[in-house]
Design a protein around this ligand. Structure first.
Ligand code: KG4
Ligand code: ZN
Length: 369
């Protein structure tokens, strides 16, 4: 799509249920958020230290109708104002995705509205196009843009050459960045999800206290499993060993230095994310760097990325905190740009739990629309 194309006026209702958030939003023209309701299940899952898939899907079933009512009411719209319905169809938990996707297809059919399935990762990317009430005059991101997608399940460096046009430059070979935060959070005895708690603990710690490995495989790929194991090895040094009822008494152990471990781990993650991003931005001569996904909420990652590009000609954008983690405004926003290209999905669209943004041949993944 060229800059001179006249874009349509479209109000889209978006549905997101790929993990443990039941979310519905109404967004006008891919930018203006009229409502953005997120019913989080985090309290339900935190006692298990992670998402319990069966409970997540049942909770989506319970929450989704009230969330829709609230999303329409908060937006101050009726069905007559909605032009299309969008829903996440992957990647994510199959049992969770199926609830939101089928609900969205059902309302689209009942209301006689066009329907479109959206890749969850594309939603994260398009959070950067949503208007930030704190920066209403912020310019739209420019192409080519480099996107660092960092979520609970994915870590990818993507070159975006136009709307819905992607080229995968690198990805994690093992754990995702968010997954590493969550696993390290658990090792440090912090609540689920680990990311924000590790950040908070790290604020009081010394990032140089532990010299954790910085793995940089391939040209633009990532690997976090060695780092996670290195944290585990340190944690083990502080864990009591042997039988506590041993007559010689318990092994003396020092308290776990949670704050220093959190700060040092986070520093290693941020270092490699920023190093890869800077290299790719230089090589592809991009006009823009965008952060996307839950880990884009991380304060040190946001600040360090901005600092790395300071003084240069490449502006760094990231969504407001509330739009970094899972939400449906992102899905409705991404849907706008695909609808504007004339795309629609069939109502026979199924969920694809392991969907990728770009396939092995470098093509943007397409559903059977
Ligand atoms: O994008 P998201 O909401 O869900 C997925 O698509 O996976 O990302 C969730 C991930 C979790 O791993 C969570 O720990 C992480 O984002 N996260 C953070 C922060 N806030 C959320 N990681 C580091 N620092 C944060 N402040
Ligand atoms: Zn997500």
């Amino acid at each position: 799509m060229t800059e001179t194309t006249t874009l349509p006026e479209l109000t889209v209702l978006g549905v997101e249920s790929s993990c443990d958030e039941t979310a519905i939003a109404v967004v006008r023209n891919g930018r203006e958020i009229l409502s953005n309701i997120v019913a989080s299940q985090v309290d339900l899952h935190s006692k298990y230290g992670g998402v319990f898939p069966e409970m997540a899907s049942r909770q989506h079933v319970l929450a989704i109708s009230p969330v829709l009512t609230e999303a329409l009411a908060q937006a101050g719209v009726t069905w007559g104002d909605i032009d299309a319905v969008a829903a996440t169809y992957g990647p994510g938990l199959a049992g969770s995705l199926v609830v939101g996707l089928n609900f969205a297809k059902g309302v689209a059919l009942a209301q006689g509205l066009p329907f479109i399935g959206i890749n969850h990762l594309e939603g994260h990317i398009y959070s950067n196009w949503l208007a930030d009430p704190k920066r209403p005059d912020a310019p739209e991101p420019q192409f080519p843009a480099l996107i660092l997608i960092v979520s609970g399940g994915h870590t990818e460096l993507v070159l975006m050459t136009g709307h819905a046009e992607y080229q995968l430059l690198g990805r994690t070979l093992d754990d995702a960045a968010g997954e590493a935060f969550d696993k390290v959070g658990r090792l440090l005895g912090l609540p689920y999800p680990g990311g924000p708690h590790v950040q908070r603990a790290g604020e009081k710690g010394n990032p140089q206290a532990f010299d954790f490995p910085r793995s940089t495989p391939g040209e633009f790929d990532f690997s976090f499993s060695g780092l996670k194991t290195a944290v585990l090895r340190e944690v083990e040094k502080f864990t009591p060993k042997g039988n506590p009822s041993d007559p010689r008494g318990p092994t003396m152990v020092r308290p776990l230095p949670v704050e220093n471990l959190a700060a040092s781990f986070q520093d290693a993650v941020v270092d490699v994310l920023v190093e890869r991003t800077v290299r790719a931005a230089e090589q592809y001569d991009v006009k823009q760097v965008l952060l996307a996904g839950g880990v884009a909420a991380n304060g040190p990652l946001r600040a360090t990325t901005r600092e790395a590009f300071e003084g240069g000609h490449v502006p760094v954008f990231y969504p407001p905190l509330i739009l970094c983690t899972d939400n449906a405004a992102a899905i409705a926003g991404a849907a706008y740009w695909r609808l504007a290209r004339g795309e629609r999905s069939s109502l026979s669209l199924e969920v694809v739990p392991n969907l990728r943004l770009v396939d092995d041949e470098g093509r943007t993944t397409k559903d059977e629309r």
